[in-house]
Design a protein around this ligand. Structure first.
Ligand code: SF4
Length: 165
């Protein structure tokens, strides 16, 4: 919702690199953590111009050097913006993977869940599978009240089967 006005004000990374966090803030003030994100956007644009010839880098290692970009965001860029195969682990993917039993209990970090999931999904459907898990977590297997009675995974779900036994 905020990007049309944001990108109209700063249509290129070079334009954004000239802006300060204070210039960017009004365009993103309605989203979460706007102060930190405005700062990161200004610093990120500066770095992309200075170190990457004004092109957003395409590898995880390079993306994660940008201010405000962690592994999840870098993976989302790979999977969505660059059309590659990646498994970004957000809160939904993390919860649903544990509940269904796709990953063992010892996977207590997003990175360990990602490493486990990529072993089992064929690479060519990894990005699709990421969206399946997110949508399942958002609309069916919610954090507080999972809709088990409407879920098609009851036969294989570890959480569901541990409750009915
Ligand atoms: S059966 Fe329930 S806990 Fe298991 S995946 Fe479905 S909604 Fe989630």
């Amino acid at each position: 919702m905020v990007t049309p006005a944001l990108f109209e004000a700063f249509p290129t990374v070079d334009e954004m690199a000239k802006a300060t966090a204070e210039d960017i803030y009004p365009y993103i003030k309605s989203i979460s953590y706007p102060n930190a994100k405005a700062k990161h956007l200004a610093q990120m644009a500066e770095k992309i111009v200075a170190e990457f010839d004004s092109n957003v880098p395409t590898s995880i290692d390079e993306l994660t050097t940008l201010p405000g970009v962690g592994r999840k965001t870098a993976n989302v860029m790979l999977a969505v913006a660059f059309g590659g195969q990646a498994m970004p682990v957000d809160t939904h993917v993390f919860r649903v993977s544990h509940r269904i039993g796709l990953v063992p209990k010892r996977c207590t970090t997003p990175l360990s869940v990602e490493r486990e999931l990529v072993k089992y999904f064929p690479e060519e459907i990894l990005s699709k599978a990421h969206h399946w898990l997110i949508l399942h977590g958002r609309y069916t297997c919610m954090a507080r009240n999972p809709k088990c009675s409407e879920c098609g995974l009851t036969d294989v779900c570890k959480y569901f089967n541990s409750k009915v036994q």
